[in-house]
Design a binder for this molecule. Structure first.
Ligand code: ATP
Length: 256
């Protein structure tokens, strides 16, 4: 059984077939990337898997469960976390508080217990802190722990965005263009973290990315899409040399 199974997925917005008949499987521990020109449907596939969009057709299975009918807040506790292309952090909170908010899906207490600060609440709080401190150490964010998001350089905010997703303790992380807007050196750091996430945390990574250097460096397999439809799937080199993929990119910008 694959960790993620996407079967004949489609979503239509009026006359626009944003995604139309996309199927793929992601194995546990795999780094799987989705590439394609602008407007190909990549972010829409992410929005379908993370249950922000309701599919017109198709099925999504995660860890043996049909998650197609579930809502976005129901899938985080199952172990699916995502980052957003446009960074979804609380600008006027610290890095630490943003990461602690990422743990909210694990809340096992109610408001009365919270108000009375019962031992169970204190135990949970300690566990949240432990996990978040591990993430801070993993992403080397120690120097920024108490800093407000608003004052941080873009590259650091992108890393905190990954940290927020990691803080929920997922089995699978969806990275939506983690290298967009980053320098060559910062993109290389993202590559190292993706490799570490898989090796040290045993995570499965599903990534949408334009930076082909990053995709080639970290991905086991790649799915290329265009106009909402699958074009080719295979190793990074197989997909990059596929004639249909090359044709789809002709006349469009490829960040090689
Ligand atoms: N909520 C929506 N309503 C209407 N159309 C949408 C919606 N979401 C996406 N689309 C359309 O679906 C198509 C695919 O968009 P999507 O953002 O998934 O592409 P993408 O491959 O992620 O592009 P990019 O690389 O530029 O981020 C586009 O034509 C887009 O305009």
């Amino acid at each position: 059984m694959s960790l993620l199974e996407v079967e004949d997925l489609a979503v239509h917005f009026g006359g626009v077939k944003a995604v139309d008949g996309v199927s793929f499987r992601v194995e546990e521990g795999e780094v799987f990337s989705i590439i394609g020109p602008n407007g190909a449907g990549k972010s829409t596939i992410f929005n379908l898997i993370s249950r922000f969009y309701k599919p017109t057709r198709g099925k999504i299975m995660f860890d043996g469960r049909d998650i197609t009918p579930m809502s976005a807040h129901e899938i985080a506790p199952l172990g699916i976390a995502r980052t957003f292309q446009n960074i979804e952090l609380f600008d006027h909170s610290t890095v630490l508080d943003n990461l602690l908010m990422g743990r909210h899906t694990h809340r096992g207490t109610n408001w009365i217990q919270d108000m009375l600060f019962l031992p169970k609440v204190r135990r949970e709080e300690r566990e949240h802190r432990r996990v978040v401190e591990e993430v801070i150490e993993f992403l080397e964010l120690e120097a920024y722990r108490e800093k407000l998001i608003a004052g941080l350089p873009y590259g650091v905010r992108k890393v905190v965005e990954i940290g927020r997703a990691l803080s929920i303790g997922p089995k699978m992380i969806l990275l939506d263009e983690p290298a967009s807007g980053l320098s060559v050196e910062e993109s290389q750091e993202v590559a190292f973290w993706v490799e570490d996430m898989r090796r040290d945390m045993g995570l499965t990574v599903l990534m949408v990315e334009h930076d082909m250097k990053l995709v080639t460096q970290v991905s086991d397999r790649v799915l290329a899409v265009a106009n909402g439809q699958p074009l080719a799937m295979g190793s990074p080199s197989e997909v990059q040399s596929d004639p249909q993929v090359m044709a789809a990119y002709l006349g469009t910008e490829v960040d090689a």
